[in-house]
Design a protein around this ligand. Structure first.
Ligand code: CA
Length: 227
């Protein structure tokens, strides 16, 4: 697996330097930007595996940058961790509504932030950039984030894609709803296990749209597995 690439967007030089140092120490490659505009531009040059994005930034706010990145096809799957000095519930909700995958309030502990970076990467790197996952006639392309069944493209939303890549990582393994919530939704706070069932339903429908057997198995009172 190639070295994960983290795009770090922080306008305060001292904070950026400390974060960059610590993320590199984990073996990740770090790209840096000091404003929202450059951050969005940077992703057109090279797609990172994860973005750490400060909320208050010059030129374009982190919130607006996050919104734009989550709207673009090539970048909407990239997990974004928002950093913010604001801790009011209202802002937290706004951050998550914009599509941020996690939200860390300043001042944060570096260790905690690194731990959250790892959680997000674990969720998405199942199907990392350039990797292909195959199961039966299902294929996931980690580079383009496209899914195929019998070589026909299956359109999936970001959550369904993550769900399927989690299953395809370990076919036959039975996942509980809680484990799937953790892997696919991470720290989002307004989801419960019912959300998993709804998303599984959508994934099943998409996978069976051209016919073929339902590859997902419901394991009663436990959860779900692929095959
Ligand atoms: Ca700032």
């Amino acid at each position: 697996m190639s070295q994960p690439v983290v795009l770090l967007v922080e306008d305060e030089p001292a904070q950026r330097a400390v974060l960059s140092y610590n993320i590199k120490a984990e073996g990740f490659l770090v790209l840096e930007a000091d404003n929202g505009e450059d951050a969005v531009h940077e992703t057109r040059e090279r797609l990172p595996d994860l973005i750490v994005l400060d909320w208050m930034l010059p030129k374009m706010s982190g919130l607006e940058a996050c919104r734009r990145l989550k709207l673009r096809e090539e970048t909407k799957y990239i997990p974004i961790i928002m950093l913010s000095a604001r801790s009011e519930e209202f802002d937290r909700v706004r951050g998550l509504e914009t599509g941020a995958d996690d939200y860390v309030v300043k001042p944060y502990s570096i260790a905690e932030l690194i731990a959250r970076v790892k959680v997000q990467l674990r969720r998405t790197r199942a199907c990392a950039v350039g990797e292909q996952l195959e199961y039966g006639d299902i294929r996931l392309d980690g580079e383009t984030h496209k899914a195929y069944r019998a070589e026909k493209e299956v359109k999936l939303g970001p959550k369904e894609f993550r769900l399927l890549s989690t299953f395809m990582e370990k076919p036959g393994r039975v996942w509980t709803r809680e484990q799937l919530l953790d892997r696919v939704w991470g720290h989002e706070i307004y989801v419960d296990t019912r959300t998993v069932d709804v998303c599984i339903g959508r994934l099943r429908k998409s996978l069976c749209q051209f016919g073929g057997e339902d590859p997902l198995r419901t394991v009663r009172s436990v959860g779900y597995s692929l095959g």
